[in-house]
Design a protein around this ligand. Structure first.
Ligand code: C2E
Ligand code: MG
Ligand code: MG
Length: 279
């Protein structure tokens, strides 16, 4: 029935045991997800962000779920479900608080004091009526420098309710919290909005970076994004940098920061801190 409705109603769909299995698995996943927070099953992995000569400037925090009986579950497998069910609100709050606590630890040590930490924010989380207060409270409770916290938003989030987005961003920006536009270039951002939104950084989407040296049109898009960021006085970082060829292209065209497997995979905090010592 759900499949029939989804395909535009007034349609027929035959029962298929495979469909039943998918629905069962999804229900089991959601049931487990409901308990994951209270059972401490989430952890953050940290992926370094660096300059071309390997100086680590910060990290992106990426959530992982240690679901009992399975390997680490990647966010793509449960964030959409968490968004649909509303569980993204407490999960997102946990990410925010954990990231702020980590920044506090880093602030206490000379070797890590300079690091910035980026977290991903879901649309539902961002548009909560008290989102601004929640972020400010987290920063205040952890007693950290707001300049070190970066919130990654996607284009679809920004476009959902642009006026509300601009207001919330400006409020947080006034307290020194920065924004980065994630997966830039994959959505339908209006350039007019881009100039109104206080983004400090554009993050060039992995789907373009991957095609540097493969698909000339995508390399041109990468160059254009870098030029645009420079003109609009925004910082720019490339994500998904996997090869030396991609890195060299980015350096040559003026993108100063990189994130990707070439530099380092997302890892638990201890491993991330070990990387800093080799830096
Ligand atoms: P994203 O924010 O665009 O994160 C980048 C994704 O690319 C991460 O996948 C990262 O592991 C992966 N990646 C990084 N470098 C490379 C590379 O060189 N090659 C390839 N092939 N992949 C690379 P991950 O960790 O599976 O996260 C997927 C998405 O889940 C994230 O995309 C983000 O949208 C979402 N996500 C992750 N953590 C959170 C969170 O705490 N809250 C929310 N709301 N969403 C999150
Ligand atoms: Mg991100
Ligand atoms: Mg991204």
């Amino acid at each position: 029935m759900y499949q029939a409705k989804k395909s535009g109603r007034n349609a027929l769909r035959f029962f298929d045991p495979q469909m039943q299995a998918i629905i069962k698995e999804r229900a089991a996943l959601e049931a487990d997800l409901r308990h994951a927070l209270s059972r401490n099953q989430f952890m953050l992995h940290y992926q370094l962000q660096a300059t071309h000569d390997g100086r680590i400037v910060g990290a992106e925090a990426l959530i992982r779920w240690l679901r009992p009986g399975s390997n680490l579950v990647s966010p793509d497998a449960f964030i959409p479900l968490a968004e649909d069910s509303g569980l993204i609100l407490p999960i997102g709050q946990w990410v925010l608080e954990t990231a702020c606590a980590q920044l506090k630890k880093w602030a206490d040590s000379e070797a890590t004091r300079h690091l910035q930490l980026a977290i991903n924010i879901s649309a539902r989380q961002f548009h909560q009526p008290d989102f601004v207060e929640k972020v400010l409270a987290a920063v205040r409770n952890a007693d950290i420098d707001p300049n070190k916290l970066k919130l990654e938003l996607t284009e679809s989030l920004v476009l959902k309710d642009a006026d509300d987005t601009i207001r919330i961003m400006n409020e947080l920006n006034a307290f020194g919290i920065h924004f980065s536009m994630d997966d830039f270039g994959t959505g339908y951002s209006s350039l007019a909005y881009l100039t109104q939104l206080p983004f400090k950084q554009l993050k060039i989407a992995q789907s373009f970076v991957r095609n540097i040296g493969v698909r000339p049109a995508d390399a041109v898009i990468v160059q254009t994004i870098i030029a645009m960021a420079n003109t609009l006085e925004m910082a720019v970082i490339a994500e998904g940098v996997e090869t030396e060829e991609q890195r060299a292209f980015l350096e040559q065209h003026g993108c100063p920061f990189c994130q990707g497997f070439l530099f380092g995979k997302p890892v638990p905090v201890e491993e991330f801190e070990a990387l800093l010592k080799q830096d």
